[in-house]
Design a protein around this ligand. Structure first.
Ligand code: ZN
Ligand code: ZN
Length: 133
């Protein structure tokens, strides 16, 4: 699904850079309400890595704990939505990756919250709530 190389990411202002060592476990559209609010849009695309495969290489993520087991990382300077962390995963937002086209999308999650305008008739696996990622 992705190559086994180092994937760079950075926020809009460049204060925060990250590196992930591939391959990604999943690349997913998340249609949940929290991602909609976080992005100010219909969904966020997350590139899901094991937490030990991601490191912040400059700057420091700020976090908002949006549920007991999940915190959302962003740049306090420019506001870029950058990451979601759980005790096993470190997801990076596809939009902050240096080379987003390196990733093939693998699934949709939280489709029960998908907005009406979303076109979900692709062949990707779909999960009502959180998926295997
Ligand atoms: Zn920034
Ligand atoms: Zn979400």
């Amino acid at each position: 699904m992705t190559t086994n190389k180092i994937h760079g990411a950075q926020c809009m202002c460049g204060d925060i850079t990250m590196e992930a060592t591939g391959p990604a476990n999943y690349v997913e559209y998340c249609h949940c309400k929290w991602c909609q609010q976080s992005a100010g849009s219909s969904y966020i695309l997350w590139v899901v890595f094991n937490k030990e495969n991601v490191k912040v290489t400059s700057g420091e993520l700020s976090y908002y704990q949006s549920s007991p087991d999940l915190k959302r990382g962003f740049c306090a300077n420019c506001g870029s939505t950058m990451a979601v962390r759980t005790n096993k995963c470190f997801d990076i937002a596809l939009g902050v990756m240096d080379h987003p086209d390196d990733f093939e999308i693998t699934q949709h999650i939280w489709t029960k919250r998908a907005l009406k305008h979303m076109n979900l008739d692709d062949d990707l696996p779909k999960y009502d709530e959180s998926g295997p990622g």
